[in-house]
Design a binder for this molecule. Structure first.
Ligand SMILES: [Zn+2]
Length: 545
């Protein structure tokens, strides 16, 4: 018996399957796990020597967490290209995920990513991604070139990516409000097919966001059928998560049934005062579909506030043509009046966050040129200025070239708890790491918050259940073979945490504070976090699935 590269000794093994925890030691050799009976590897034993030992007494040893929903597509690339003071925070942003125990991030969500595109549209896409990701992160023809760009920037944890429908659509048609022509749809299907063959994780949509929202159901069915041929899921930010959330869920069900793709509902919520409590209808509906044999799952983040772009508060036609066209419209008082009326009266098929909630529930998260607005609501800014809230939002968007991130306090705790407790709900941070401002604390706090607040403090979930949602369930959904469960031969992506102290510390005012209680994080057999601090090891890879 040769020695291990790493031995994690004395912990409670919670293996990711949902089964009860049991005492066990975990040995790691060449990036793979061996599970040992407790005491099988006593200290100083020649039979089980190890180059490095982690003392896990009193701690839980679990598979590394899989963050199934991120917008971290470009965050490690921020430091690689460009420069400037905005990028000083990039390392803090990159670190936040791994410090909370995430060993695999799945990006490309909500229909938005850094690929794919026809070659002639790459320069325009690069200009847009520079603005939306807060720095020059590039734009890529396909998954392989995206993976190649990432391969040049060492990272601590792994990254997998969906193919974003909005990005795909912009990469073929441009950011325009019209149906795809048959030839364009064939091109979109071919680009998607190539990316999935190269290892992308599935297809995502963001049907509230332009340009994805310009697509009808049939277009999405055609694309989801390509995902189905690859055995990969259709992952969707529903067309409405507010007053028409049930209709939007039925559209997703139709897309799944007609295409044959498994359905995964992103960050399931029923937001805005007209939809509060509606999880009492959506969750039984999903449970009934599952009972019929349909493959449908969802993810959720443990907060009652969401975060998105300020431009998404405007009616879809306002964004027709992309950011330049948006800012031009915002400069025209007549167009502003049209937007004001659309928000007051609604537009068929449009979610209308502000109409469902109010400007007093929308606070500025990131406006790099106007940091004095960050943390304040649009209603509050308008009251101070003696101005109309729509004008305040419009002026801010114009001054920031169209890109302002907001936090939307749109949910109630009862709905969040119901979704968290659903047996098919996994955990996704929906983190949007970009430089500057006060991002939503979910990027730094999601996983410890579930374990601290919802497991230990509130008893909403058993520890093993919560870990399963973060690991085995997520790995099975997204085809992360050999991950998410600790068993002999599995990839050595691991977390060691203290169940008595694990907690999120990130807040809306201090959103990147690292959590408490996450002691060690192991990626591909290498210790990337020890005693809650990064070691500097960079064993992470882009995973081709
Ligand atoms: Zn989303």
């Amino acid at each position: 018996m040769s020695g291990f590269d790493l031995l994690i000794r004395g912990g409670l093994l919670v293996d990711g399957t949902g089964r009860p925890g049991r005492p066990a030691d975990v040995g790691v050799t060449a990036g793979r796990v061996t599970v040992l009976a407790p005491g099988e590897a006593p200290a100083g034993s020649a039979a089980h020597s190890a180059a490095e030992v982690v003392d896990a007494r009193g701690q839980v040893v679990s598979p590394g967490f899989v963050d199934v929903h991120t917008h971290s597509d470009g965050v490690t690339l921020l430091g690689a290209e460009g420069g400037g003071s905005a990028l000083v925070r990039a390392p803090v942003l990159v670190r936040a995920s791994v410090l909370q125990g995430v060993t695999t991030e799945i990006c490309g969500n909500c229909g938005s990513g850094l690929f794919p595109s026809l070659p002639e549209r790459l320069p325009a896409m690069r200009a847009e991604t520079r603005i939306t990701f807060g720095g020059d992160v590039g734009a890529y023809a396909n998954f392989a070139s995206f993976a190649a760009a990432h391969a040049g920037v060492p990272r601590a944890n792994h990254l997998a990516s969906l193919v974003g429908h909005g990005t795909l659509r912009a990469g073929v048609l441009g950011p325009v409000d019209r149906p795809a022509r048959p030839g364009e749809l064939r091109t979109m299907c071919a680009l998607l097919d190539a990316c999935l063959a190269q290892g992308a994780a599935g297809l995502s949509t963001g049907l509230i966001y332009t340009p994805g929202s310009y697509a009808g159901t049939d277009e999405v069915v055609a694309l989801a059928a390509v995902a189905a041929r690859h055995g990969k899921p259709y992952v969707t930010h529903l067309r409405d998560e507010m007053s028409r959330v049930e209709e939007a869920l039925e559209e997703a069900v139709e897309i799944s049934r007609r295409s044959g793709a498994a359905l995964h509902v992103s960050h399931h919520k029923t937001a805005g005062r007209y939809a509060w409590g509606r999880t009492e209808r959506t969750l039984p509906r999903i449970a009934a579909l599952r009972a019929e044999g349909m493959d449908v799952t969802c993810d959720v983040y443990p907060y009652t506030a969401g975060s998105t772009a300020l431009s998404a508060m405007l009616p879809p036609w306002a964004n027709d043509g992309g950011l330049g066209a948006l800012t031009a419209r915002l400069g025209d008082p007549a167009q502003r009046d049209r937007m004001r009326r659309a928000i007051a009266e609604g537009v068929p098929g449009w979610e209308n966050t502000v109409g469902n909630g109010g400007w007093d529930r929308i606070s500025v998260a990131c406006a790099p040129r106007h940091p004095q607005t960050e943390g304040r609501t649009i209603a509050d800014l308008a009251a101070s200025a003696g101005a109309d809230p729509l004008d305040v939002a419009a002026d801010l968007l114009v001054a920031e070239a169209g890109e302002v991130t907001i936090i939307s306090h749109s949910m109630v705790e009862e709905d969040v708890r119901r979704v968290l407790a659903a047996p098919y709900a996994m955990i996704g941070s929906d983190g949007v790491p970009k430089p500057g401002g006060r991002p939503h604390p979910r990027w730094a706090g999601t996983f410890p918050r579930v374990l601290g607040r919802y497991v230990r403090e509130l008893g909403l979930l058993r520890l093993e259940e919560a870990v399963h949602k973060m690991t085995g369930m997520a790995a099975a959904r997204f085809g992360l073979t050999g991950r998410g469960v600790i068993r002999d031969g599995a990839h050595a992506d691991l977390v060691v945490f203290d169940p008595a102290t694990v907690a999120d510390r990130a807040t809306f005012t201090d959103p990147l504070l690292p959590p408490a209680g996450i002691g060690a994080v192991v990626v591909a057999g290498a210790v990337v976090v020890r005693d809650g601090e990064e070691t500097g090891a960079r064993p992470g890879k882009v995973l081709a699935l």
